[in-house]
Design a protein around this ligand. Sequence first.
Ligand code: GDP
Ligand code: IMO
Ligand code: MG
Length: 429
Amino acid sequence: MASVTVIGAQWGDEGKGKIVDWLASRADAVVRFQGGHNAGHTLVVGEQVYKLSLLPSGIVTGTLSIIGNGVVLDPWALKAEFDKLTGQGVTINADNFAIADNCPLILPLHRDLDGLREQAAGSGKIGTTGRGIGPAYEDKVGRRAIRVCDLAHLDALDSQLDRLCAHHDALRAGFGQPPVDRAALLADLAEIAPFVLQFAQPVWKRLNKVRKAGARILFEGAQGVLLDVDHGTYPFVTSSNTVSGTAASGSGLGPNATGFVLGIVKAYTTRVGSGPFPTELEDETGQRLGERGHEFGTVTGRKRRCGWFDAVLVRQSCAISGVTGIALTKLDVLDGFDKVKICTGYRLRGKVLDYFPSHAADQAAVEPIYEEMDGWQGTTAGARSWADLPAQAIKYIQRVQELIETPVALVSTSPEREDTILVRDPFVD
Ligand code: GDP
Ligand code: IMO
Ligand code: MG
């Protein structure tokens, strides 16, 4: 298998950015295939910290980086990130960066609607990142979207804008908001268009060409399987399919091109935003996990909710996404705990379940059944080989892979790129 698809197997923030960056130097191209700037991927290389939301994580190693058609693209957010990264010394040009010309755009009116809905929902809110992701995907499937290729034809946009604005003006009126300022929108688009267009192309063509030449492609997922619009904790999900299958449709390659599916799995569980979370710990232990793991959102700065490892959820994610092997991250955060717990099943109204049910009320009502293990003395932080790990930490890893029915391919022991243990090379297997 020459290609690798990286996906989050929990509720996002599993450490996808770190793992993609580590793998990127051995890949010929890195492709984002869904989501948008709701993602926040952190890369730590020596003293430098890079936070990427839209740019594929391969850009930092100079690997060809591609934004696929499955992404929703905010051109102004892209420009801001481009400026930030080039300011940090990263080279981004038309040789190493391309954007699918059929990518739908996120416009200011999408961000407005995201905010208005969340505000109106009060305590029933989803807890979105406020980036306009949901409304932009709605317009894509509603066949109203403005796309990257339209930026080259702004003078011919009238009928498309009629359709888009008719829809949004009605919604905005419902929230007591003025209609879309079409002239301002067009002026803003005209200003940003040249920046975006220098990178725009039919990327399916470029990807198919490099694939035929034997290139190794690294597909970079955003969010996680439990935030998938079909398989996640609906309605507390994002608006895209985050499962591995999206790598093909979101980039313009066939499903036989996506290779080894590497599920990124945190050694415990976190979630940002609202929604069910069976193993959530609202006590000192949860606090300790959050502090040791620095669990604050990369995008919004919100405190992440924390809890024990949930093997039921991860087993389900691995099955749904056909995960070949996992990268177990943040093992070091569990250093120093006397006891660690793993959820192995649920109790729901007197019944035992070995899976996460679909209905929101059932998802909120399940109670975790735990297995307790001894923690480990000593530290895993910074370990770069299996031999560096305490025996009890190895037992924990082995128990995790047994329960999730999926082997461990990588173990990550700190934010730093090189603090990674290779168990099984995903590019070779
Ligand atoms: P992503 O969205 O999946 O890319 O993950 P984020 O970057 O949002 O969050 C993961 C956080 O954990 C980042 O701050 C990483 O630098 C950090 N991180 C990644 N791997 C490890 C690890 O093995 N140990 C520790 N302590 N931190 C890690
Ligand atoms: P990365 O790629 C964690 C969550 C939001 C909210 C829900 C819907 O860094 O793992 P949206 O703005 O997408 O409509 O919000 O999804 N969410 C994430 N949580 N990591 C992410 O990305 C996320 N992207 C969206 O908090 O609960
Ligand atoms: Mg993140």
